[in-house]
Ligand binder design. Sequence first.
Ligand SMILES: [Fe+2]
Length: 295
Amino acid sequence: MVKARRVGHATFETPDLEKAIAYYGEFMGLIVAEREKDRAFLATKIGQLVIELNKADRAHCIKLSFEVAPNSDFGELARELSNDGVRSELRNDSVPGMGQVLSFKDDKGTTIDLFKDWSYLAKHAQVAGVGPLKLGHVAFFTPDIQRTVAFYERVLGFRVSDWIGDFFCFMRCNTDHHTVNFFTGPDVKLHHIAFELKDFMHLENSCDVMGQKQIPIIWGPLRHGPGHNVATYHRNPDDQVVEFFCELDQMKDEELGYFEPRPWHRDAPQRPKRWTPGKTNVWGPSPEEDFHRTQ
Ligand SMILES: [Fe+2]
């Protein structure tokens, strides 16, 4: 089985490339690592590639990359994918800092690129704007959530961390409570993309940046139940929901099977579980109806 170790970057199509670059650069505090006419690559201030922007007619998240072990044999992984009924190909998309990728589509049609060779694109740069530490997780609507969850478990080695009812699933591929989430919906769309901030002070600072830039906070601050992250949400210029979070639950030992104990946990120990819809906040407001609107 392929074992995804972490999410690398998310690739977005956007109708207004300049506006998207300005948002991720000036507001988010990412660094434009490389710019082509219709394409841009953005890295964190630490130097990891997190966002690729492609000019297109519509706004859509079309691809995620996942790092696999450095000694992975792509030929062997391709055979394993084939055994799971997944056709893959070796590609070199000239993504800055990244070597060859093994590319295929997941069950809902999102492209997945597996990579093992990468290098930093910047070195601890000072940035204006929010300046997240990393891309944390990406959440999608999917028409058949059981099928999608089964694909990520069986083909990519993810584990289920939590469910809300039977329509929202959180999945992990490393110590983080979730790196992908799936929400039942009629169409395949981005639900939200989330960036990790250093701590609550950094989150407060991001609220002040949103205040200065007059970007409304559409949900939060709140502490979630599933994952127990403190979070805020806003919309980017393409009307996609973006989350800032800190203090996400960590499962440091898969065999122990519980999340690192924290004072805000109500279960002792806190294990993966099914949460009751409408009762998933530890504290903070519920989202307005408009939050669930997708562009
Ligand atoms: Fe999230």
